[in-house]
Write a protein that binds this ligand. Structure first.
Ligand code: HEM
Length: 499
C-alpha cells in the first residue's frame, strides 16, 4: 500500500511527543450526562496537535473515548461496530480477557477504583502543563466540563519523579521509532531487529508492519465529507485515520516490598541487592543496558548517540541470559528479535532455519517476531518518590501509595498491548522458562495449579539460580481501553452528539 504523508495537524500530539517538558499532568476521568452539551464543548476543545510548535506549548490537552463514551455521544451503532472487538468489549468486558491480562486476585476488576464493571469512564481528558501552571488550568477546565454535560468521576494524579519510575529506575529509555516518512519497506522477512516501525502500527489509517491498514470504522463519504479519505476503500471516509487506541492502566507499585525482597535475597549486601534488582528490570538503575559492554550495532535508523548507547543492542549476544536474564522485564517486553531466531543470516541460513535443520537451541521459534508487538509508552508516575533509604524501610501506616499511570498507544490492542501483556509478561512459559512470569508485573496467582512466582538468574558458570516465592509488587487499580481520535474525527464525533 502506498504511503501518504503523515498529517500532523490532524493528529493529537501524544502520538509524536511525550510532553516531557510539561512535567505536571493529570488525567480527568469523565462521564457524559448530556450528549448535546458535551458535543458543543468537544467541538471547541483546544486539542494540542502533533505539529511542531515554536515555542513549544506551555500546556496540552488530549482527549480519548471509551466505547461507552462514543455510544453516549450518539455515534451511529454501525460506525461504533467498526472499531476492534477488544475495544468494543473493553478491558473488563470479558472474564477471559481479564484472566489473560493477569487481572485476577487482588488485581481483579471488581476491586478497581475505576474502570471495573459498571464504573467505566466515557472519556479521559489528559492535561499537561509546565511547572506551576497545571492547577489553575485544571480548575477552569473542570468548571467548563461540568457546565457542559460532563461529570468528573476521578482525577488520576501524576508526579514528576525526574524521569525515574517509583522503584527508582530511569524510565522512558526505549521507544519504537515511528516511520513518519514511510522510509522503511515492510515487505519480505526481516532478518535483523529494527527499531523503526511502520506508522500504521501506531496511527490508524496508514500501512502497518503487514503493509496493510488495520481495520477501523469507515463511513460513506456522503455522510462524513469532513473526515479524511480512507486510502484503502474508495468512496469512504476514515474515522480512524490519524487516531489510535490508548490503553490506560493504574498500576500501584509496592516499592518497599520490591527493595526489601531484593535485600532479603542478598543478605543485605548493597551491591548484590542492586544487581538483583537490575536483573529483574533488565537495565541498570541508570537506564544503561545490561549488555552494554558487548553491545553490537543494529539498524536503528537516525537515532541520537545517546539513544544508540542505550538501545543499540539485541539479545543475540546473550542467548543464555547470563548478562540479562531471559525473564527480565525489558527482555520480556521487547525481546528485540527479528522474523527469525538469533543467528539466522542470509538466504541459506534462512532456508536451514525454515526447514528446522541446524537447530541448536531448543528455545528457538518460541518468541514471536517483535516488530508486530511494539508499544508506544506514554505513562506517568504518581505518588511520592522514595529515597534509597526509605525504600528499605517498613512502610509507615500513612504511606502514600505510588505507582504508574501506565499508558500506551497502539493501532491493534489485541496484537500489541494484549499480546505483550499476556504472552510475554504474564506468560508462565517464555523463552524456555517455566513457572515464572514478569518479575515486576506478575500477579503470582497460580496457573492451572502451578506456581508462577520464580525468577531464574543464569550465571556465567552455567548454573541457573532460581529465586523462589517472588511476591507481587504491582497491583492493578483501574484501567480502560480508549480511542484517541484525530482532530477531524473528534469534530465529527462532537457533531454526532449535537444532532
Ligand atoms: C508499574 C509497572 C511498570 C514498571 C515499574 C516498568 C518499568 C520499566 C522500566 C524501568 C523499563 C526500562 C526503561 C525503558 O526502556 O523505558 C521498562 C521498559 C519497558 N516496559 Fe515497563 N514497566 C511497567 C509496566 C509495563 C507494562 C504494563 C508494559 C506493557 C504491557 C511495559 C512495557 C515495557 C516496554 C515495551 C519497555 C521497553 C523495552 C525495550 O524496548 O527494551 N511495562 N519498564
Amino acid at each position: 500500500m502506498a504511503f501518504t504523508q503523515a498529517d500532523y495537524q490532524d493528529m493529537q500530539g501524544l502520538l509524536r511527543f511525550g510532553y516531557g517538558a510539561l512535567t505536571e499532568a493529570c488525567f480527568l476521568l469523565l462521564r457524559i450526562e448530556d450528549a448535546a452539551a458535551a458535543g458543543l464543548w468537544l467541538e471547541g476543545a483546544p486539542l494540542a496537535t502533533a505539529e511542531v510548535q515554536i515555542p513549544p506549548p506551555a500546556k496540552a490537552l488530549q482527549l480519548a473515548f471509551t466505547c461507552e463514551g462514543l455510544r453516549k455521544l450518539r455515534v451511529a451503532e454501525e460506525t461504533v461496530n467498526g472499531f476492534s472487538a477488544e475495544f468494543l468489549s473493553g478491558m473488563v468486558g470479558d472474564e477471559n480477557r481479564s484472566r489473560r491480562l493477569g487481572d485476577i486476585g487482588e488485581s481483579a476488576p471488581q476491586h478497581w477504583q475505576w474502570g471495573g464493571p459498571g464504573n467505566v469512564p466515557d472519556m479521559v481528558a489528559m492535561i499537561y502543563a509546565r511547572p506551576g501552571q497545571l492547577e489553575a488550568w485544571k480548575l477552569s477546565l473542570e468548571d467548563g466540563l461540568k457546565a457542559s454535560g460532563f461529570v468528573l468521576l476521578q482525577c488520576l494524579p501524576t508526579t514528576d519523579m525526574g524521569g525515574v519510575e517509583p522503584f527508582g529506575f530511569v524510565d522512558g529509555v526505549s521507544q519504537p521509532q515511528l516511520d513518519w516518512e514511510g522510509r522503511r519497506s515492510t515487505s519480505g522477512d526481516k532478518l535483523t531487529y529494527e527499531n523503526l516501525c511502520a506508522l500504521g502500527e501506531f496511527v490508524l489509517g496508514y500501512p502497518n508492519e503487514y503493509g496493510k491498514n488495520t481495520g477501523r470504522p469507515l463511513i460513506s463519504k456522503q455522510q462524513a465529507a469532513d473526515l479524511p479519505d480512507a486510502e484503502d476503500a474508495a468512496g469512504h471516509a476514515d474515522l480512524g485515520r490519524n487516531g489510535t487506541y490508548m490503553v490506560l492502566r493504574q498500576l500501584e507499585q509496592d516499592v518497599r516490598g520490591f527493595w526489601r525482597f531484593a535485600d532479603a535475597q542478598t543478605n543485605s549486601d548493597e551491591a548484590a541487592r542492586l544487581d538483583l534488582a537490575e536483573k529483574m528490570v533488565g537495565r541498570r538503575i541508570t537506564g544503561d543496558p545490561l549488555l552494554h559492554a558487548r553491545a553490537q550495532a543494529i539498524t536503528v535508523g537516525g537515532t541520537s548517540a545517546d539513544d544508540a548507547r542505550l538501545n543499540d543492542f539485541t539479545y543475540d549476544e546473550d542467548r543464555d541470559g547470563t548478562m540479562s536474564p531471559m525473564g527480565a522485564h525489558v527482555r520480556r517486553a521487547n525481546p528485540r528479535n527479528s522474523d527469525f531466531s538469533a543467528g539466522t543470516h542470509g538466504l541459506w541460513s534462512k532456508l536451514v532455519h525454515m526447514t528446522g535443520f541446524g537447530r541448536t537451541y531448543t528455545r528457538e521459534d518460541i518468541i514471536a517476531s517483535t516488530r508486530f508487538h511494539r508499544l508506544l509508552r506514554r505513562g506517568r508516575e504518581y505518588g511520592s518518590k522514595l529515597t534509597a533509604e526509605q525504600r528499605l524501610e517498613q512502610a509507615p501506616p500513612d504511606a502514600v501509595v505510588t505507582g504508574l499511570q501506565f499508558a500506551c498507544l497502539n493501532a491493534n490492542i489485541a496484537r500489541q498491548f494484549e499480546f505483550v501483556q499476556n504472552a510475554w509478561l504474564m506468560g508462565s512459559k517464555f523463552d524456555g522458562l517455566n513457572d515464572e512470569s514478569d518479575p515486576l508485573l506478575g500477579n503470582r496467582e497460580q496457573v492451572a495449579g502451578c506456581p508462577v512466582d520464580k525468577f531464574s538468574v543464569p550465571s556465567a558458570h552455567g548454573v541457573r539460580k532460581q529465586i523462589q516465592n517472588v511476591p507481587r509488587f504491582i497491583t492493578v487499580r483501574g484501567g480502560a481501553y480508549f480511542f484517541l481520535p484525530g482532530v477531524r474525527a473528534l469534530r465529527y464525533i462532537a457533531r454526532a452528539a449535537r444532532i
